[in-house]
Design a protein around this ligand. Structure first.
Ligand SMILES: Cc1cc2nc3c(=O)[nH]c(=O)nc-3n(C[C@H](O)[C@H](O)[C@H](O)COP(=O)(O)O)c2cc1C
Length: 219
């Protein structure tokens, strides 16, 4: 998984993506697939530059939450983020990053809900030798969720397959708020059909901010 970052003049923004593809090696072209609903999409079209930060396997879930479930329209994701500017002028997220690429846009293809952006790598660097975070590891081992704007998202596939346990409601022991997986928690960008067991670590009760260990199953 990666963070793609770009800018609109002084406004910096970025988002999580699950896939980046090598297109050719000479010239070195790489493609990413970005939803038209995402702010970063408009930034790339305007500035014609972007960077790709390769995330480390131990990237915390709340970091994925910030970059993959929140929009730059709501928060400044670069505040409290360690970053630098690339040769192209694109910002590069350095936190939880094992290496990065700096790209200038050379082509883009409209594919209905998304745009495939093809960039030429202007500069790249490996900054540490950790293992990359794969989408499989994020989903199956860390229990991470897809996002509505990810190309991998498909409502039916992301619905819980087993009834009982995964549709179970959980109640906050401090304030009585009930977490219903069928509704998710849209204020925290948790999509519908997210079982309690798949909430990102660091998720807190939206009413009283109690931590997850304060919740118990609602019979
Ligand atoms: C695991 C994961 C993978 C994602 N993959 C993509 C992707 O490949 N393309 C995309 O456009 N959005 C993807 N997203 C969704 C964006 O990261 C998300 O919509 C983000 O909040 C958009 O931020 P922005 O509006 O600030 O650009 C993914 C999210 C997650 C959690």
């Amino acid at each position: 998984m990666y963070i793609v970052s770009s800018r609109d003049d002084d406004e910096l923004n970025g988002l999580i993506i699950n896939t980046a593809n090598q297109v050719t090696s000479s010239p070195p072209l790489v493609s990413v697939n970005i939803s038209k609903k995402n702010l970063t999409h408009d930034h790339i079209l305007k500035s014609k530059v972007f960077s790709i930060s390769i995330l480390r396997k131990d990237t915390p879930m709340n970091f994925v939450g910030k970059w993959g479930f929140k929009s730059g329209r709501q928060i400044d994701k670069f505040q409290d983020t360690n970053y630098k500017f690339a040769v192209t002028g694109a910002p590069i997220v350095m936190d939880h990053t094992i290496g990065y690429m700096d790209l200038k846009l050379v082509s883009h293809l409209d594919v209905s809900s998304h745009t495939i952006f093809v960039g030429e790598v202007v500069e790249s660097e490996i900054i540490n030798d950790g293992e990359p975070l794969t989408y499989n590891y994020y989903r199956d081992i860390k229990g991470g969720q897809s996002s509505k704007n990810a190309p991998t998202y498909s409502g039916w596939a992301d619905k819980p397959k087993k009834d009982s346990e995964e549709k179970m409601k959980w109640v906050c022991g401090k304030c009585g708020y009930v977490y219903d997986p069928l509704a998710g928690d849209m204020d925290s960008d948790i999509p519908p059909y997210t079982p309690f067991s798949r909430l990102p670590s660091g998720w807190v009760c939206p009413l009283c901010k109690a931590e997850m260990d304060q919740f118990s199953k609602l019979d």
